[in-house]
Design a protein around this ligand. Structure first.
Ligand code: GUN
Length: 292
């Protein structure tokens, strides 16, 4: 039987409705949750994401603004902008869009953002809090969104073998932190470019989270029948027949994987829809912590 397809747009809409409700409640107490996105340079894909973040904020009744800086921006100039946002009481969340131009060290920027405004969840303080399981942690939006999708579909995770493909700081490592927490209780394996016999790990996985950035890498024959497949990949592949000149593919070969899996996310329309929703959720949480 073909897999059930996870509707990322529907789950994201639900999260966004919750965010709008929470933002309205905060507004009655004089707080408008505020998110500032800093975009350095003119990467086309980043500009699209950043616009979507600003629009989503406004739709949820939040304050959203974007600071655009030229590709020639120095690290000192960007640090000064972060310092200003750290000190601004109207701004509860700060997101510096990655990737940054090569003259800027991303870790220096991430470490400068005040941890209580780090709605991306990239600061070492939040990385540690997520691993410890602190309730006031900001978890990175994409892996958190992937987990919320599983929970929305009542995926049983306790004692299940969860194999994560990819060990990035943005997805793979925080996904492992989240899946191993009490309450989620998965047994986690993180595979990467040096993993031996990756397919043998995949074939015993009850839950696969694919985040390696290789279009259609995971095929149906690599999966255990009935596996839950969460595809985090968003790969642009040139295609002259497409209007945009490219098509988007996940890290999973959907046609074959959906014949073997029990539940699967599509690309687009799966995990990607959740990232901005979780970012807004983190921003509202950051704003509500001001009252605490
Ligand atoms: N670039 C791609 N994804 C992300 C993200 O989640 N946060 C930031 N800051 N930059 C990104």
């Amino acid at each position: 039987m073909p897999a059930e397809i996870i509707d990322g747009a529907a789950v994201a809409a639900k999260v966004r409705a919750e965010v709008a409700r929470d933002a309205a409640a905060l507004a009655t107490r004089g707080i408008i949750p505020g998110l500032t996105v800093v975009l350095v340079g003119d990467d086309g894909a980043s500009a699209v994401y950043v616009k979507a973040k600003e629009k989503a904020c406004h739709e949820a009744g939040m304050h959203g603004e974007t600071i655009r800086m030229p590709a020639s921006t120095t690290q000192a100039e960007l640090l000064a902008v972060v310092d200003g946002l750290n000190a601004d009481p109207k701004i509860h969340g700060i997101l510096v869009q990655m990737p940054l131009p090569k003259q800027i060290d991303p870790q220096a920027i991430i470490r400068r953002i005040a941890p209580h405004k780090d709605v991306d969840g990239f600061h070492p303080v939040n990385v540690g809090k997520v691993l410890i399981g602190d309730s006031d942690a900001f978890a990175p939006c994409t892996p958190w969104g992937a987990l919320v999708l599983m929970q929305a579909y009542n995926v049983s995770t306790a004692g299940k073998e969860c194999v994560i493909l990819g060990r990035s700081n943005i997805v793979g490592k925080p996904m492992a932190s989240l899946m191993v927490q009490p309450g989620v209780d998965a047994t986690v394996t993180v595979c990467h470019s040096r993993t031996k016999d990756l397919v043998s790990h995949l074939r015993r996985a009850d839950i696969v989270v694919a985040a390696i950035g290789k279009a259609e890498f995971v095929t149906g024959d690599m999966l255990k029948p009935g596996a839950v497949v969460i595809d985090v990949g968003i790969n642009r592949v040139d295609d002259a027949t497409a209007k945009a000149g490219y098509k988007l593919y996940g890290d999973v070969h959907f046609p074959s994987a959906s014949e073997v899996a029990s539940l699967i996310t599509p690309v687009p329309g799966g995990v990607g829809r959740m990232t901005i929703a979780m970012l807004m959720k983190n921003t509202v949480r950051a704003a509500s912590m001001v009252l605490a």
